[in-house]
Design a protein around this ligand. Sequence first.
Ligand code: HEM
Length: 176
Amino acid sequence: MRKTLEQPKPRTTTHSVRSRVAIAKHPLHPMLVVYPVALLSLVFPADLLSLWFDTVFWSQTAFWMNAVGLAIGVVAGIAGTADMFLIRVVRRHVSAWNHFIVAVMVLAMAGLGVWLRAPDPAAAVWPWGLLQSGVLLLLVMIAGWLGGTLSFRHGIGVYGEGNPHEHEADDKPPAE
Ligand code: HEM
C-alpha cells in the first residue's frame, strides 16, 4: 500500500517545450486548429454529396465550410507562427518547418477555394471545386500529422515536470 498521498511521478522525464501563446498553460494553437481541420476536411465530402444529390444545399455548405475554415485557420496560423518564431528550439525541428510549409499550402488552397466558389458555389463544384477540395483534404491530413509530431513526439506545447519558472530550458537543443 502507498505510504503517502503524493502523486506518482514517472521515473524518466521526456523533453517538453512550453508554449508562449497560451492561456493558463493551455496553448492556443492546438485549441484553434480543431476548427480548420474539421471544416476544411469536410469540404470534399460535401462536394461529393453535392454532385450525388444535385442540390444547392451541399455546394453552399461546402463554400461556407471552406470560408469559415480559412478564417479560423488564419487565426490559428498566427498563434502557431508566434510559437514557432518565439521558441528557438521549435525552429530547430525539421518537422516544424515541414508543418509550417504544408500549413501555408493548406491556407493558400483554402483561399483558392473561396475565390473559386464565391461567385457561384454550385457551378464551381465540378471539376475544379472537387479537385481543390481533394488536394485540400490531403494537405490538411499531412499538416495535422506533422502538427501531431510536434506535440506528441517532440513535446512542443507540453508543460512537463520541472521548475515552472525555468523557461531557459526551451532554448536548449532537444535531447535527441
Ligand atoms: C501557418 C503556420 C503554422 C505554424 C507556424 C504552426 C506551428 C505549430 C506548432 C509550433 C505546433 C506545436 C504546438 C504549439 O506549440 O502550439 C503545432 C501543432 C499543430 N498544428 Fe500547427 N501551425 C501552423 C498552422 C496550422 C494549420 C493551418 C493547421 C491545420 C489546418 C495546423 C494543425 C496543427 C495540429 C493538428 C497540431 C497538433 C496540435 C495537437 O495535437 O493538439 N497548424 N503547429
